[in-house]
Design a protein around this ligand. Structure first.
Ligand SMILES: Nc1ncnc2c1ncn2[C@@H]1O[C@H](COP(=O)(O)OP(=O)(O)OP(=O)(O)O)[C@@H](O)[C@H]1O
Ligand SMILES: [Mg+2]
Length: 275
C-alpha cells in the first residue's frame, strides 16, 4: 500500500509542551514532545514503541483531543485529508476514532459499566448492542450492572475493548492494551486488534511489548525522548536488525531477551529503560 496516498491519519512535526508554575508565580514551559510523526493507513496496524516516558500516550491524547488544559500543542494532525481541530476531534472521539486507554481509570467510577459502553449508541438498541458486545468479549449480561470497582482488571480491559467497538470506527488507538496479562488474554487482544484492521480500520497500537506488536503490526514507529526516530516495516525487525535504519532501533531490537541480550548492546539500550 502506498501509505502516503492512503493515509488515514498523518501526524507531522508534533510538539507538545506544558506550561507550569514554579516558585509560586513564575511560569515555564516543559516540552516532552518535540518532533513526532506517524502515519497510519486504512486497514493498517502501526505499532508505536518506546521507553516509558518517551511520549506515546501524549501522542494518542493529542490525536484524540484529550490533552490537559495547560498543554500547548503544535504541528499537524491530518485525518482523512482534513486537519483536525479540537472541535472535530471531539466530534470524532468515541465514534469514528475509538480509544482503548492505558488506564482503566478512564471509566467513570460512578457509572455502571454496561451504561458506559452504551454511551453514544442509539437509545432503542443500545442495551441489546451492549449485551452483544459483552458476550463477544466474554462478559456476562449481569456484569453490565456492575460498577468499575466491582470488576477485575482483566474484565475492565474487556469493557474498554467493548467500548471501542462502534459501527463506523475508522481509527482505533490502543494505548498499552496488554500490560501484564497472561498469554491467552494477550493473544485474544492481539486477535481483536487485528480484527479491527481486517474490518478496514487503521490501528495505532502503543506498546512496550515489541514482540507482541510484531505479531500483528505492519509497521513500527520507534519513539525516543518525544521524537520519532524511525518508522520501519515490521519485517525489518529480524536477524540482528540489519535492515533497521537507526542505531537506536537496532539496539532496542538486539537487547531483547529473545535476541540473547546481545552483550555488545546490553545495558546501553533496553535493560532498565525498556520494560
Ligand atoms: N500533564 C502533564 N504535564 C507535564 N508533563 C507531562 C504531562 N503528561 C505527560 N507528561 C510528560 O511527558 C512525557 C511523556 O509522557 P507519556 O505519558 O506520553 O509517556 P509514555 O511513553 O506513554 O510512557 P509509558 O510507557 O510509561 O506509558 C513524560 O516525561 C511525562 O512526564
Ligand atoms: Mg503511556
Amino acid at each position: 500500500m502506498n501509505s502516503v496516498e492512503k493515509a488515514l491519519l498523518k501526524v507531522g512535526n508534533l510538539s507538545i509542551g506544558f506550561s507550569q508554575y514554579f516558585k509560586g508565580t513564575q511560569k515555564r514551559v516543559i516540552r516532552p514532545i518535540t518532533d513526532m510523526h506517524v502515519e497510519i493507513g486504512e486497514g493498517e496496524i502501526v505499532a508505536v514503541v518506546g521507553a516509558s516516558g518517551s511520549g506515546k500516550s501524549l501522542l494518542a491524547h493529542a490525536v484524540l483531543g484529550i490533552l490537559p488544559g495547560n498543554a500547548i500543542c503544535s504541528g499537524s494532525i491530518v485525518y482523512r485529508g482534513e486537519e483536525l481541530t479540537e472541535k472535530r476531534k471531539a466530534q470524532l472521539r468515541g465514534r469514528e476514532i475509538s480509544f482503548i486507554p492505558q488506564s482503566v481509570n478512564y471509566l467513570d467510577p460512578l457509572m455502571r459499566v454496561g451504561r458506559f459502553v452504551q454511551i453514544g449508541m442509539n437509545k432503542n438498541t443500545a442495551l441489546a448492542e451492549q449485551e452483544k458486545l459483552f458476550a463477544q468479549y466474554g462478559l456476562k449480561k449481569s456484569d453490565g450492572r456492575l460498577f468499575p470497582f466491582e470488576l477485575s482488571g482483566g474484565m475492565l480491559r474487556r469493557v474498554m475493548f467493548a467500548t471501542s467497538v462502534r459501527q463506523g470506527v475508522k481509527l482505533v488507538i490502543a494505548d498499552e492494551p496488554t500490560p501484564g496479562i497472561h498469554p491467552q488474554a494477550l493473544s485474544d487482544i492481539l486477535r481483536q486488534l487485528k480484527q479491527f484492521a481486517l474490518d478496514g480500520a487503521g490501528v495505532m497500537f502503543i506498546t512496550h511489548d515489541i514482540m507482541s506488536a510484531l505479531e500483528i503490526a505492519d509497521r513500527v514507529a520507534v519513539i525516543k525522548d518525544g521524537a520519532t526516530v524511525e518508522i520501519s516495516d515490521a519485517a525489518a525487525f529480524e536477524g540482528k536488525g540489519e535492515r533497521l535504519k537507526t542505531e537506536y532501533a537496532q539496539r532496542l531490537w538486539r537487547a531483547l531477551p529473545q535476541n540473547d541480550f546481545d552483550s555488545e548492546y546490553k545495558g546501553r539500550a533496553a535493560g532498565e529503560q525498556w520494560r
